[in-house]
Design a protein around this ligand. Structure first.
Ligand code: ZN
Length: 196
């Protein structure tokens, strides 16, 4: 009995565990998947949140949605703080109110090297579950508001390049496809298989 308790404690205190997840890149069709609501906030979901935070900080980025790492859970992690010490975990986020208009230059871990101005609401009020499964309401403005809208879009299969013109989006897609072929010949082989 003692041993099993001890084992559990050791597992809980294993802070060295760090898992970096593979981020999908535009135009990967899996980025268009619609995420499904989380039914129970359990240890598996908390592990997913931890792995997503590790991946986001390592990238480095200020937000990451589960869709970007090929998970279908409605889960996002965000940290817009300077010190990178204020992680925000949102499960089943639901926007209650949008207000005002703001234009900000956005980037995305799934669209590397591309920064474009997007118009969004300036204030957002939302409801979500936190990592303990508790319902919380959040009011946010500025960068955090933009980040929240960007990440929730991911859960609905939407990318920030969708707000740009068709011409611009096509240029970005071609540029990224070329880069992905150059850095990883396997990607090219895989996409050829898909075409066939
Ligand atoms: Zn993104």
């Amino acid at each position: 009995m003692w041993y099993s308790i001890l084992d559990t404690l050791i597992l809980i205190r294993d802070d060295n565990h760090m898992a970096l997840l593979e981020i999908l890149y535009f135009p990967d069709p899996r980025l268009r998947n619609i995420a499904k609501p989380v039914q129970t906030v359990d240890a598996g979901i908390r592990q997913l949140l931890d792995d997503m935070l590790d991946t986001m900080y390592a990238a480095p980025g200020i937000g990451l949605a589960a869709t970007q790492i090929n998970s279908d859970k409605r889960v996002v992690v965000i940290d817009v703080s300077e010190e990178k010490d204020q992680p925000l975990c949102l499960i089943n986020p639901e926007i209650l109110e949008l207000e005002g208009v703001e234009e900000m230059e956005e980037g995305c871990l799934s669209v590397p090297g591309v920064f474009e101005t997007v118009q969004r609401a300036d204030q957002v009020r939302l409801r979500a579950l936190d990592r303990d499964g508790k319902s919380v309401e959040i009011q946010a403005g500025g960068l955090l508001a933009v980040c929240i809208q960007h990440e929730i879009d991911h859960l609905d299969g939407k990318l920030f390049v969708d707000y740009l013109s068709q011409l611009k989006r096509t240029r970005i897609r071609k540029k990224l496809e070329k880069e992905q072929r150059q850095t990883n010949p396997e990607v090219d082989a895989k996409s050829s298989q898909r075409v066939i």
